[in-house]
Ligand binder design. Structure first.
Ligand code: FES
Length: 157
């Protein structure tokens, strides 16, 4: 099997392992670190991590799948997360979801054909008092409307 992890990533993993007695405690941090470069976490990546930290790949796999900030399939250049939590629901996230889906011509959870955007629903972005909320890459956008979403996206394209 071709090695996926870089030298820097292996060093990071070993350093994290040294911090805790239980290797389970470092799984999410490792996945987040590795995902920064690879952009998503494949099963082969999980198997390689599994060998280093001596935690079964099935366990890492289930943690990676459960944690919604870890992507289990390739994602686009820009990741758009929209909140479908309760407060954003009350403030009309469904209109935002429909507008995003319509504009990008993809259903939630998918990536545009040109690999420019991935659209992901997230249950609460921690910005409830300014809902509806979306996040594009690391940037949070508050009180979004159908109109402001188009302006935001036009600025990215
Ligand atoms: S419910 Fe949408 S940001 Fe919290």
């Amino acid at each position: 099997m071709k090695k996926i992890l870089s030298k820097e990533e292996k060093t990071f993993i070993l350093k994290e392992l040294n911090k805790y007695k239980n290797p389970d405690a470092v799984i999410i941090e490792i996945l987040k670190f590795v995902q920064k470069r690879l952009r998503w976490i494949s099963l082969d990546t999980i198997k390689e991590i599994s060998k280093i930290i001596s935690v079964p790949a099935s366990k890492i796999d289930s943690i990676a799948t459960f944690y919604n900030q870890i992507f289990r399939r390739p994602v686009g250049k820009n990741i758009i997360k929209y909140c479908d939590g309760v407060v954003c629901y009350i403030n009309g996230y469904e209109k935002i979801e429909a507008e995003l889906s319509n504009y990008l011509k993809i259903q939630p959870g998918n990536t545009t054909k040109d690999k420019k955007f991935t659209l992901i629903p997230i249950c609460c972005l921690g910005n409830c008092h300014n809902s509806p909320t979306i996040m594009i890459n690391e940037n949070l956008f508050s009180n979004v409307t159908k109109k402001s979403i188009i302006t935001i996206l036009d600025n990215i394209i």
